[in-house]
Write a protein that binds this ligand. Structure first.
Ligand code: SF4
Length: 451
């Protein structure tokens, strides 16, 4: 291992051949190694990522003001209606509240929220400090529900309780609590989409595909969703899970309690988008929808091939590095790079599973470096070693790429152009072509103090 790698991290780093022909497994799904500057977010952030796109919900952070710095601005999911979710609210706990408790402040906040905004649902995020002082937020929620008739859900998410993936689970539990009272409503023909957060309006693109095919989308968890749309979810006949890392837990709960089967499907890349649409119609056994989906896939596939053709000579032989949240997206990205003629030389995730990494090893090839819960030093070391031309990641990876003079593509919350669906394939090809071929990287490398 290169000298910058901590000894305790060695088992979380492998090559494609380790995971395929050598039969090794990668250490993953564990708490971050102490002393390693993990790229992961905390438990509260994981929960907020999933719940924040509910547009008419009130998101109240019960904790010190710092936790409330997580706002819509770093997660640009779009809304077709309410804009309430774009604001950030906090009980702003201070030293005095640590000593005497924060419940009085929380109750005052609830009264103010109901007087001024009267939302149908309030998520109260109990962050690290509340986990330490032990405010009885559950009883405030019960009392507030009796008093105001709206839903109050305590998201017990102290950041120190684990890592981002636990936050996903807590968000799934909160969503399940929200929709559970509607479990006995009669079933209708339609689907729910789980794990799409309507970044850059992507859910509108996907919904249009299903509209053309003749399938009704009842609820989306949680992009561009509202309380009224979410409570229809228990009546659906199929759950389509797009971000498997954050939403498989909810899909399993809904399968067990509401008898709704689920299918994992990715809308990133030509191959995966086509397969997601066909899988969905096949599972519903609707022959008319199948015929329409087939025509849509053929038509859009043809158009997309024509649109990306001009980028291929500019991308041929380039090397890509990927570091994203979940394994499912990483798999789609490796496939997309392959289709565009790039080699994936490094791929890692914050919360991937052993099966995800095995598949990534197979797809990326024997010499690709595979990492779970990487830190910036590791990303830098292997990107340099492998000569990556572009890094695909999120807000935390962006400065690293810029400092190294390597092209960057944001495939996370800050993306401004939709990267999902057939339209997303063209946008992605254009974005990486422009970034990789920009003259700025050579200048950045020439003046970098890192070399
Ligand atoms: S780690 Fe704790 S204090 Fe920091 S943002 Fe997360 S919940 Fe708040």
């Amino acid at each position: 291992m290169p000298q910058h790698i901590l000894e305790d991290r060695e088992l979380s780093i492998a090559t494609g051949s380790d995971l395929t022909s050598e039969g090794k497994t990668i250490k993953c799904g564990q708490n971050s190694v102490s002393g390693s500057v993990s790229q992961r977010a905390c438990v509260y952030c994981g929960a907020r990522v999933v719940l924040n796109p509910i547009t008419d919900a009130f998101h109240l952070v019960h904790g010190p003001i710092g936790c409330a710095s997580y706002t819509w601005d770093i997660r640009g999911s779009l809304s077709s209606d309410s804009e309430l979710f774009r604001q950030s609210f906090s009980t702003d706990l201070k030293e005095k509240d640590v000593i005497f408790g924060g419940v009085v402040k929380l109750k005052q906040a609830v009264d103010e929220i109901m007087a001024r905004f009267n939302p149908p649902v309030v998520f109260i995020y109990s962050t690290c400090l509340v986990g330490v002082i032990g405010d009885d937020v559950d009883s405030v929620c019960r009392e507030s529900e009796r008093r105001y008739g709206a839903r109050f859900i305590n998201v017990k998410a102290p950041g120190f309780a684990g890592h981002k993936a636990l936050g996903y689970k807590l968000a799934c539990e909160a969503l399940f609590e929200l929709i559970k009272p509607f479990r006995d409503n009669p079933k209708v023909k339609g689907i729910n989409i789980l794990g799409d957060y309507n970044l850059a309006g992507e859910i509108w693109i996907i919904k249009n595909y299903f509209k053309e095919v003749g399938l009704k989308v009842l609820s989306v968890f949680t992009g561009d969703s509202s309380y009224e749309s979410l409570i229809k979810a228990p009546t659906a006949s199929l759950n389509v899970v797009q971000c498997a890392g954050s939403m498989t837990y909810l899909a399993k709960m809904m399968e067990e309690s509401f008898n709704i089967p689920y299918v994992k499907a990715s809308f990133f890349g030509l191959e995966d988008t086509a397969s997601a649409l066909m899988k969905t119609v096949d599972l519903l056994g609707d022959s008319k929808a199948r015929q329409k989906a087939k025509s849509l896939v053929e038509r859009e596939g043809r158009k997309t091939h024509e649109a990306v053709e001009k980028y291929l000579p500019l991308l041929k032989g380039k090397k890509a590095a990927i570091f994203v949240g979940g394994g499912f997206k990483a798999v789609s990205l490796v496939r997309q790079f392959k289709a565009l003629g790039l080699e994936t030389v490094l791929v890692g995730t914050q919360t991937g599973s052993a099966e995800d990494y095995e598949l990534l090893g197979e797809l990326a090839g024997p010499s690709a470096v595979i990492l779970d819960d990487a830190n910036p030093a590791e990303l830098e070391t292997f990107m340099r070693q492998k000569g990556a031309d572009i890094l695909v990641g999120g807000v935390k990876e962006r400065p690293l790429a810029y400092k190294l003079g390597v092209a960057f593509c944001d495939h996370n919350h800050e993306r401004k152009a939709p990267l999902a669906g057939f339209a997303g394939v063209e946008n992605f090809a254009r974005e990486i072509t422009l970034s990789i071929n920009s003259p700025v990287w050579a200048l950045a490398r020439a003046s970098s103090f890192l070399d």
